[in-house]
Design a protein around this ligand. Structure first.
Ligand code: ZN
Length: 657
């Protein structure tokens, strides 16, 4: 069977898309930064994930549901989605292996085939499929508790898995199962019949995608109904599950982070198909609220542990930051859709930053240990887990990494856009049929030099074709040269630089991004980052771990004075090869360890009972400024933390004591 190789967001025919995602196979990552991460995901994470699906009983639930015998249910009521997300990831990887025309990995193909067979055999003849109810509940209860249970949430993940499987293998079995379930949903739900709404959004974007793949209008109509009916108090009117205000009237990001962002993915997909301007105005305002008020510097979103939710504006704690890995993945998925809808570079900037600093920290370098929350400060008690009782994040990471190359480039009528830079090969064709085969050579994100080499030109590409290259917002200035001749200097970040010309095989575009280390300060209302700086270099946020500091120094007790020069150092033997940042800093843990917990400033001796330290030095400045305690501090990329022994970590480093 010939795979059709459509991308996960197949907006090629969406009437209101400004950019056209390329086919799934148009971009291959080839041994660069993301290529290596994709390889670890393929070779380590997917098999680990499958073993966990067996171990935690997810597959046994399907067996029980298939047998119709009842019994105990294992795991959470949304456990089906663990299998579906894994199947989606594995299907993308089967698609990736076909790009090189190499045969499928027999072990992975065998696991996928078996899982697809099991899912299809578990489905009821009317299309119903949700093992939690099939095992534990009577058939009368189906579709009756949509806001409490996860029938629709799991259905959405089945649709995404089925689309990935169909598009990447050409096999229709799971796709047909998904359509049977979607048809049953359309019969059961909607205006005038059952007006219930899913407690956890997610199915909306999947229904739009199923519409794109099948042309079946009722799927789009159901998505429109589910999105349009929210925010009207039908499921309790709470912000938590996105029922306080209708999406088109909303201006504030709120409630459960993943619920909010999955819903907005669906709303953006709906806009792409319908051109509903009111919806787009709301989506743009909500996106602004997210990045201007409610995002950690890592791109982490959903700062509160309580209800896994967004906090107030500027409520962005460090050690208590929740920042669920899935929330960052959802933010990437949303920004991709906003980029496709508008063509605006800011969405690509956010997507890139969040991939490196918000999503990637969620998985260990070895690919088999994960983070659910992603704090920005650890006192040494935080470590990764092999899996979770609520296992949403690991397979979500897997599907993100195995399809990551689909975010690299897009096309329009007569232009090609490159959004992400990684060692890769891009075969892009415009809507008018002109095409370029490009090889991207770069050591990005470690170095700022990118070479885009034209290897082949198709149709009108030799006469007139635009190549729009993203100049990342992290870069203050960039230069562009074609075939050794400078064509632009000092190009500002946060834009696309357009080259329009007739192209020839052998043409080389060279981009040079200014990639010096920089310090970030936060808005003064972010109380967790006051009088502190965070380091970054290129698209990478950095952090300090105890392990990298001189013996006896602790990142909790350290400072980085404002005048200290930060230097980049390539370290091939550190964390699989990284660029570390080093600077003169201070650590006065030993001295300050004898200080009283609280001191009254400027009034001599503290009153008895308030400050117990008897040997406190009496006459030092109020905030211990001026002294550095002289240690050489080293920072590593934040994505690579928690891969060695457990210890302290911080992103925001105070400038003084
Ligand atoms: Zn999660």
């Amino acid at each position: 069977m010939k795979p059709i190789m459509r991308p996960p967001v197949d907006a090629e025919c969406s009437p209101f898309a400004r950019l056209r995602p390329l086919p799934f196979s148009a971009v291959t990552l080839r041994g660069g930064f993301w290529g290596r991460r994709q390889e670890v995901n393929r070779s380590r994470s997917l098999s680990h994930g499958h073993a966990k699906l067996v171990e935690t009983g997810v597959l046994r639930n399907f067996e029980k549901a298939k047998a119709g015998a009842g019994g105990a249910y294992e795991g959470k009521r949304y456990a089906d989605s663990d299998l579906y997300k894994w199947l989606e990831a594995a299907s993308y990887e089967l698609g990736n292996s076909r790009v090189d025309e190499s045969p499928y990995d027999p072990a992975l193909k065998g696991q996928v085939d078996e899982a697809v067979k099991l899912v299809c055999e578990t489905q009821r003849s009317d299309g119903y499929l949700y093992t939690y109810y099939q095992v534990l509940r009577s058939s009368e209860e189906r579709w009756q508790h949509l806001d409490e249970d996860h029938e629709l949430y799991c259905a959405g993940h089945l649709f995404q898995a089925a689309l990935a499987h169909y598009r990447c293998t050409g096999e229709r079995l799971l796709f047909e199962a998904a359509r049977r379930l979607a048809d049953e949903m359309c019969r059961r739900l909607g205006p005038g019949s059952n007006e219930g709404l899913p407690g956890h959004p997610g199915v909306e974007m999947a229904l739009v995608e199923l519409y794109r793949a099948s042309g079946e209008r009722s799927y789009l109509d159901l998505a429109r109904h589910l999105i349009g009916s929210r925010g009207r108090g039908r499921i309790g009117g709470r912000a938590y599950n996105q029922d306080r205000v209708p999406v088109r009237l909303a201006r504030e990001i709120e409630g459960h982070a993943v619920m909010q962002l999955y819903l907005l993915c669906g709303a953006t997909d709906l806009y792409l198909e319908t051109g509903d301007r009111e919806l787009l105005v709301a989506l743009e305002a909500l996106w602004d609220d997210l990045v201007l008020h409610k995002m950690s510097i890592s791109g982490g979103v959903g700062s509160r542990h309580e209800m896994e939710s967004f906090g107030e504006a500027y409520e962005l704690p460090n050690d208590r930051a929740y920042n669920e890995t899935c929330a960052q993945i959802a933010a990437v998925m949303w920004s991709w859709r906003m980029l496709v809808a508008t063509g605006s570079a800011r969405y690509a900037d956010h997507l890139e930053w969040t991939l490196y600093n918000g999503v990637l920290p969620g998985v260990s370098l070895g690919g088999t240990r994960f983070f659910y929350p992603n704090p920005l400060l650890s006192r040494g008690l935080v470590e990764r887990s092999e899996w979770f009782d609520c296992a949403c994040c690991p397979p979500n990471l897997m599907r993100t990494l195995s399809s990551l190359h689909t975010y690299v480039a897009t096309a329009t009528a007569d232009e090609i856009q490159i959004h992400l830079y990684d060692a890769s090969r891009i075969r892009a064709t415009t809507a008018e049929g002109a095409g370029l085969d490009l090889a991207v050579e770069t050591d990005y994100p470690w170095e700022g030099e990118v070479r885009v080499i034209v290897e082949g030109v198709r149709a009108g590409g030799a006469r007139d074709l635009g190549l729009n290259l993203r100049i990342p917002a992290w870069c203050r200035r960039a230069s562009v040269a074609v075939n050794g001749e400078a064509v632009a200097e000092q190009v500002p970040g946060g834009t696309y630089y357009g080259l329009r010309r007739g192209w020839h095989a052998g043409d080389v575009v060279r981009l040079d991004f200014d990639i010096e280390p920089v310090r970030f300060a936060a808005h003064p209302f972010v109380e967790s980052a006051r009088s502190a700086v965070a380091l970054a270099r290129g698209p990478l946020l950095y952090c300090f771990e105890d392990e990298d500091q001189p013996a006896g120094a602790s990142v909790i007790a350290a400072v980085l004075p404002p005048d200290s020069i930060v230097e980049a150092r390539r370290k091939e033997d550190l964390l699989g090869g990284v660029v570390a940042l080093e600077a003169a800093g201070g650590d006065r843990r030993r001295e300050l360890g004898r200080e009283a917990l609280y001191r009254r400033i400027g009034e001599g001796e503290p009153p008895a009972g308030v400050a117990a330290a008897t040997d406190a030095p009496g006459d030092h400045p109020p905030f211990f400024t001026g002294e550095t305690g002289g240690v050489r501090l080293r920072a590593i990329p934040y994505f690579a933390w928690a891969n060695r022994t457990r210890g302290g970590m911080r992103v925001w480093m105070p400038v003084a004591w």
